[in-house]
Design a protein around this ligand. Sequence first.
Ligand code: GLU
Length: 510
Amino acid sequence: MKERRVRVRFAPSPTGPLHMGGVRTALYNYLFAKKHNGDFLLRIEDTDQTRYVSGAEEYIVDALNWCQMSIDEGASVGGENGPYRQSERKPMYKQYADQLIESGSAYYAFDTPEELTEMRERMKAAGVSSPQYNAITRSGMKNSLTLPAEEVQRRLLANEKHVIRIKMPRNEDVKFEDIIRGWVSVNTNNIDDKVLFKSDGMPTYHLANVVDDYLMNISHVIRGEEWLPSAPLHVLLYQSLGWAEQMPQFAHLPLILKPDGNGKLSKRDGDRLGFPVFPTNWTNPETGEESSGYRERGYYPEAFNNMLAFLGWNPGTTQELFSMQELVEAFSLDRVGKAGAKFDFDKTNWFNQQYLRMQSGEQLAPQLKPFLASAQLEAEDSYIAQVCELMKERATFVQDILKEGRYFFEAPTSYDEKTIKKKWKEQTPEVIKELRDLLAALPSFDAESIGACFKAFLEAKGLGFGAVMPGFRVSVTGLGAGASMNDIAALLGKEEVLNRIDIALKTIKK
Ligand code: GLU
């Protein structure tokens, strides 16, 4: 049999910003597609117009772009199987609902909201905890299975409000093999007669999703676990529409769990524990509420992707750092687990640190420049690059280099009080002055010479490291700790270092 071309889709509903879990779904789809030289589609599922949020689609496209997932076909880029926005596909769905009616797999239902409520209340009173419109209750309702054919025709011709429901078969086991979960079997007695087509002329998610996956020739449906309960209905729809042969394979991804305790990771966990749950900043257009995103917090998309990839998948080796290309090569759905994956924010920071360290000072310098500019600081590119090279080991975000190393760009305006209190002794000014004069005499002001000079000074004076270094450091940087003073001094240059010591000796008062 000819191998089917791999075509997968990410199918978000534009009801708000994309949660991290959604980005992970997109990523797994993307990795799977690229691994198999297939296509990655973006389909916007906006059949529920009441939940539509303006700006959400643009947000989704922007977030996927930031995460470097290029879209082969989709709402933002077009393609042969478009349109890729379900609202624009509206005229396509009705014929399939009609086909289901004709074959007896679906029926018209004319019940008013009041009648539906009445039915539920009646069932509840009879002891049914979650009443459903199903094989048992449908016989007491107003639908094309209970009303005479002429009345159904009359109601339809009169344009009476109605929906189309699936006629769920009684007591049948629907089985399918999920790539991640293995065989799944659900008895139809547990599924209700879901609405497929609404009174507003729009299909529901279920019908539109199946029709589009079929028309777009989707080979694999990779989506979150929350859709697993819908899968048996989708399988039945494929069968009823005569598309069983073309049915995609399903893979339902595990949940992303909160870092503490159990349960699905939510925006509230992020607010509570101080981390973003969205890839990029989002402003709610209705309330104006702002939510922070990984991008604006200074995370690299590579680090974000790498972290997300590990939430549910593992490569089976000890390797943790993967470029997108390496992820594509290593990824397989076989190595995605069933169990929920706990989100670990520290690990996210660790990934960012690693991606920062991988870059050279020259690569980091242009990233630091905007932060310098907003602090009204400036320096030559090559100098900034050297500062970045020296400081990158201490940073998680590029802006940390400025936070930790502001003294590279301006002389200290204050001196760390704790250091002064503990280490600035009576004789310190004299010792530092002597060190200053030795440094001033150095013919070459490189880190090695400064180190050697410092060491010789300690030996000659019979002083310990702790008696001189803190005073030296606080004079030059204003701080009590940091990178190697030899490197710092060499980078600042002789004139600057001597100047700073002179000012410190005048300023620091015990
Ligand atoms: N529109 C659904 C969602 O918002 C898509 C689910 C699926 O992939 O089938 O997640």
